[in-house]
Design a protein around this ligand. Structure first.
Ligand SMILES: Cc1cc2nc3c(=O)[nH]c(=O)nc-3n(C[C@H](O)[C@H](O)[C@H](O)COP(=O)(O)O)c2cc1C
Length: 169
């Protein structure tokens, strides 16, 4: 029997081209809600989010990554942070952030939006913190660019499963 969840996982693509249509704030809340339903170690829920739709702030964010054209073209950004005060294990909390972000990408697709996980911007994480007026106990994990896709013909490849399975006992 086909599974909608398995299909959604396989059909999700990174979307980097958006129309100018704004994203409903409730859709952004729904995406974040999907993120917070991710598993986390000890259920510590260490993630925190900044929602950015303001054009001048998006323009400043765009200057912090070589993928600035994606940031400029995205009507909404969600910066995903970890709260150091809520963290208990560097590695496990970062893993929780990854699970959270993947949930958010899938939620964007489910809402007929498109999204891409931006990690290259982390090289300027301090500047991003300054732009957003966030600092102290928050550590940037990624920025997600979100919008209405201007096209949906993106292709992506995966290597054969046999290359990933190192042992079957
Ligand atoms: C940790 C991480 C960082 C990423 N950083 C970027 C980025 O800075 N810019 C970008 O365009 N895509 C970025 N991506 C998206 C990947 O390029 C994309 O997931 C990959 O090429 C596979 O394509 P797909 O998502 O369509 O399957 C990142 C993905 C991950 C998981």
């Amino acid at each position: 029997m086909p599974s909608p969840i398995l299909e959604a996982i396989e059909q999700r693509r990174s979307i980097r081209n958006f129309t100018e249509q704004t994203v409903d704030i409730n859709a952004l809340y729904d995406i974040i809600q999907a993120g917070v339903w991710a598993p986390s170690g000890l259920n510590n829920q260490p993630w925190r989010f900044a929602i950015i739709t303001d054009a001048p702030i998006r323009a400043k964010m765009a200057e912090q990554t070589t993928y600035g054209h994606i940031v400029l073209g995205a009507p909404a950004l969600i910066a995903v942070y970890l709260d150091r005060e809520a963290m208990y294990d560097e590695l496990k909390d970062a893993q929780s952030a990854g699970a959270c972000i993947q949930n958010m990408l899938l939620a964007a697709e489910a809402l007929d939006l498109g999204a891409v996980w931006l990690g290259q911007i982390l090289k300027n994480r301090e500047k991003v913190d300054q732009i957003l007026g966030l600092a102290g106990n928050l550590e940037l994990m990624a920025v997600i660019a979100i919008g209405h896709p201007s096209r949906r013909d993106q292709q992506s490849q995966r290597k054969p499963l046999a290359e990933f399975i190192v042992k079957e006992l």
